[in-house]
Design a protein around this ligand. Sequence first.
Ligand code: SF4
Ligand code: SF4
Length: 260
Amino acid sequence: MRDYVAFSRLREHMDEQSVQKALADLPDIKGLFCYAFPYFAGKREGNISLYARGKDYHKVISAKLAEECKKLKAEYPDNIFLPYVDISPFPEVMAAAMAGLGKKGKHGLLITEKYGSFVFVGIIATNLEMQGGKPAEVCRGCNACIKACPNRALSERGFDERRCLSAITQRKGELTDEEKALMRSCNSVWGCDACQLACPENAKVIQTHIDEFKEELIDYLTSQDLQDSNKQLQKKYSDRAFIWRGAAVLKRNTEILEDK
Ligand code: SF4
Ligand code: SF4
């Protein structure tokens, strides 16, 4: 799915530092192509968040956006196209919602009509002249995500990343007893899907057509899978997003889960 939003409209929703960063990357930026890549591969048991069970989305989406940039460049040889995945100066969910790809959910994620919130957002910034963009739609506000959040990371005030289980499982170093208990109660080695699974907008979503997100899935990680050295594991799981904080974090997490 692709649509676009004019930078002049999006910048109203950006802080000055982010605007300056965007301008440093592309001084005559005019707009953003926004993409939503679905990753839902069906309901499956597991102890890894659904987004991380397939191939590393950074790599998969970077490759897809590079391909898109090539096509755009062939069509508009005089313009610049800069791809971003995950780390960008732009409020990506807002940009995608303003481009018309979906609504902004209270859980902070983009909700598309076909694929719900199980999508990765990718951006291509460009100096191609653009006029698009409309006020972002918001979700129905039923608060099911807030109620389902196991650590009160979501509230009417917004999102508190420090309390989010997904962030906790990615944190390096020693975790507190409360954080360990939270991981055990949610059976999570990596990430958390509670807010997304509770969302009624995700009740009937279509499965992904992207091979890298539906084939060779890893649903579980146990300490048995992590017997090798950190270096060997880094290599073994080099195509997976859950290795990006290092093997030591995964070993610690499986030990916490198995120390019941
Ligand atoms: S991912 Fe889990 S912990 Fe984080 S906000 Fe959603 S429900 Fe809460
Ligand atoms: S659970 Fe309800 S409030 Fe939360 S994102 Fe979904 S529709 Fe919005």
